[in-house]
Design a protein around this ligand. Structure first.
Ligand code: DGJ
Length: 725
């Protein structure tokens, strides 16, 4: 049993392989958080609540406020004397805001089911504790869920909030999780980003000022990732304590941490309250996105591998997660909007000859005038001036070559220059009487309106039904502003942001249900929407438009700190690079692009002969490690962000018999010896072949190998083969 209840002390203990999470009822009313940390056998840790110091109201009513402000709570409410960050805030139709949740009962359920319309973790080898609390005055019931899996050191949390009364009220804040704990001398790790600079790891000291990671842009990765970790100051890849959280959500989020004057730390995560209100009529309920809590006593590496295992085993589509992904060629950086059928077929022919498996037709194939980013979005019919014979004409030819086909869409957007806009100007998200700000000359469609969602789904599904398309790139290229809906009534305008996210989920869910063979790659101006919410629908996500392998080191390090390497969309682009203007050898670009799904995004027909001839070898090499990337365990050996000179990572198979390592010398250092790099994750008793030399696993991990420092931007790929013990 992973979850046990001790009636005598009114406490639950949730165990994962290496951690325990303990919560209990205090004063027969309040749901208190007691402990989250390394696994313990005893469940009576209630002394940590300091009952002699933080005295419950039934014993000391005159100091109720002091109790509320210091007791550790699982789901704190606004305005009742807990002055720390709260999880729940509501407003009645009378304008009153009070809410005080009182414990009512619990249930332990085997397994973890899915929830229609929301991305969620799932699995049979799990138990879920559901705790019910109510506030009688506002007639509100909150059910908190806590799930633990047998194979993973994570706790999954969410809240369901139900109006059990007769009058409506408004949720003004409904966070997914709260974690109260203590950790001295700690630091906060977050990830920030912008276009072409996504997912960059940042570390800052936690004093008493709050630190938050948040986004209200509707595409979080061009701001901050829905993640936060509080770590002991000395934490590194292999040691130190880590309390981390992630939100399974593709919209505006807030992750906030603050240490109060008593040095109690509270971390909360959920939908960003700044762009959220939700009306709950009598009988209606609202479910928050899931939040993941991870504790690691073994540093950041264990946190990362826990997230990877959780996502691979319990979040990503199981029919896809371990399936080998096609090696693709995408025409975006090869042609941008300037292509026709002949050009695409020329690329396809050359790509097929070299061993590429899938050709992706990116932006520009639809509408009347999509020769620049200012037209066509919403008119999802092919531009025959560019593609004679339509998509069918193209796929017939590709089919003959044996080349699979993938297609780009940007389904959440509309351009003024379209039939769709002429017919339905009211489908644009806008505020009455105002023209919304354009970005990339486009506006957002109102996904709160079911007719809009139906139109988009049918436009996409119609194409997928009619041609042999096996892959879709779902792009989203602007931040969300000027929010207002002609469809929703006045008292539901605050719901648009969240309803937009639910609309995206709905269409992707319908696509995956009707076309289970379809591989969806999400994308948002690069990696602006790389999160666990989208991973539920698409087993790979485009990580950044910046394909410069040096820029990618920090982008990929940040992405892989949270998400499995196999989910990272990664391509080889031209040199000099279109975004960074840096020139890097074809070989180094290929090695860098192996950190993920591997593909080409350049005009293969224009490559010099000596480069095009390298492609079959690059593909063979990637294929030889494709399974390792899908199933293996990732270890970060060195970070260019920190070393300022080189970068290294490795991936090791579960049975530890196979591994590879990639080392990138970013800057050369004249007059230097070879570098000693200690490997990780190997079997200390196994012998390994490394470039024809045999080493013991213990030697490779403790003494390391010597890597020759080569010239600037030179990548090295090292394969390890276990030879037995
Ligand atoms: C942004 C994406 O990140 C690119 O890969 C490309 O698909 C363009 N959009 C097309 O407009």
């Amino acid at each position: 049993m992973s979850i046990t209840y001790n009636d005598r002390i009114k406490a639950w203990k949730l165990d994962t392989p290496n951690t325990s999470y303990i919560l209990g009822v205090v004063d027969e009313k309040y749901l208190a958080h007691i402990y989250f940390g390394a696994r313990v056998e005893d469940d009576n840790l209630s002394y940590l609540l300091r009952p002699e110091e933080i005295v419950p109201p039934s014993i000391k009513p005159e100091e109720q406020l002091g109790f509320m402000d210091t007791v550790q709570l699982e789901y704190p409410c606004q305005g009742i004397g807990d002055f720390r960050e709260c999880c729940l805030a509501l407003k009645g139709e009378d304008g009153q805001t009070g809410c005080n949740l009182i414990y009512k009962g619990y249930e332990i359920i085997n397994g973890k089911g899915r929830i229609k319309g929301l991305p969620t973790c799932f699995g049979d080898n799990a138990q879920t504790l559901v705790i019910k609390m109510t506030d009688e005055i506002s007639a509100l019931e909150v059910s908190l869920s806590f799930t633990v899996f047998e194979d993973c050191d994570a706790v999954i949390r969410s809240a369901k909030i139900q109006n059990t009364g007769k009058r409506a009220f408004y949720l003004e804040r409904a966070m997914s999780a709260c974690l109260d704990f203590e950790l001295e001398n700690c630091e906060i790790i977050t990830e920030c980003g912008a276009w072409a600079r996504e997912h960059i790891i940042e570390r800052t000291k936690l004093n008493h000022a709050a630190v938050c990671a948040e986004s209200i842009r509707g595409e979080e990765g061009h701001d901050a990732m829905p993640f936060m970790a509080v770590v002991s100051g000395n934490a590194d890849q292999n040691s130190g304590e880590v309390y981390a959280t992630q939100l399974v959500y593709a919209g505006n989020f807030l992750a906030k941490v603050k240490k109060n004057p008593h040095d109690q730390i509270r971390m909360v995560i959920g939908i960003n309250p700044e762009t959220f209100t939700w009306k709950l009529e009598s009988g209606q309920s609202f479910r928050t996105p899931e939040a993941i809590l991870v504790y690691s006593a073994y540093g950041l590496g264990h946190m990362t591998r826990t997230f990877h295992d959780l996502f691979r085993n319990h979040l990503i589509r199981q029919d896809w997660v371990r399936k080998e992904r096609p090696i693709l060629i995408n025409n975006w950086e090869a042609t941008y909007f300037d292509f026709d059928k002949d050009k695409l077929l020329e690329i396809g022919r050359e790509a097929k000859k070299r061993g590429i498996e899938l050709q992706v037709l990116d932006d520009g194939w639809f509408g009347y005038n999509r020769n620049q980013p200012s037209g066509g979005l919403g008119d999802w019919y092919v531009n025959e001036a560019k593609l004679e014979g339509g998509l069918k004409g193209l796929t017939d030819e590709l089919d003959k070559m044996g080349m699979k086909f993938g297609l780009w869409f940007e389904p959440e957007m509309i351009c003024e220059d379209t039939d769709l806009y002429k017919k339905h100007p009211e489908w644009v998200v806008h505020q009455k009487g105002r023209i919304p700000a354009r970005a990339r000359d486009q506006w957002l469609l109102d996904y709160s309106n079911p007719e809009v969602r139906e139109y988009i789904f049918e436009s996409m599904a119609g194409i997928v039904r009619s041609i042999p398309v096996v892959y879709i790139k779902w792009d989203m290229n602007r931040a969300i502003s000027d929010v207002g809906s002609d469809y929703l009534p006045a008292d539901r305008q605050g719901e648009i942001w969240h309803r937009h996210v639910l609309g995206v989920y709905e269409i992707q869910e319908r696509l995956t249900e009707e076309f289970p063979y379809l591989l969806i790659e999400n994308c948002s101006s690069g990696g602006a929407r790389f999160d666990a919410g989208m991973l539920y629908y698409s087993p790979q996500i485009w990580c950044s438009d910046d394909m410069d392998p040096i820029e990618r080191l920090s982008i990929q390090e940040g992405t892989a700190m949270l998400y499995p390497v196999s989910t990272i969309g990664s391509h080889i682009a031209k040199s000099p690079n279109d975004i960074s203007w840096r020139s890097v050898s074809f070989e180094s670009r290929a090695v860098a692009a192996m950190f993920g799904t591997f593909g080409y995004e350049l005009d293969i027909t224009k490559l010099p002969k000596e480069e095009v001839e390298q492609i079959p070898g690059q593909i063979e090499r990637y294929k030889s490690i494709r399974k390792l990337i899908l199933e293996g365990n990732y270890y970060r050996l060195a970070s260019y962000r920190e070393t300022k000179e080189y970068d290294a990572y490795m991936i090791v198979s579960n049975d530890k018999k196979e591994a590879f390592m990639v080392y990138m010398q970013v800057l050369s250092k004249p007059n230097s010896l070879s570098r000693r790099v200690k490997l990780q994750g190997l079997d200390p008793e196994m012998h390994y072949d490394v470039n024809g030399v045999t080493y013991g696993g213990d030697v490779l991990m403790n003494a390391g190998i010597l890597i020759q420092r080569k010239k600037d931007f030179e990548a090295q790929f090292v394969r390890l083969k276990g030879k037995g013990k």
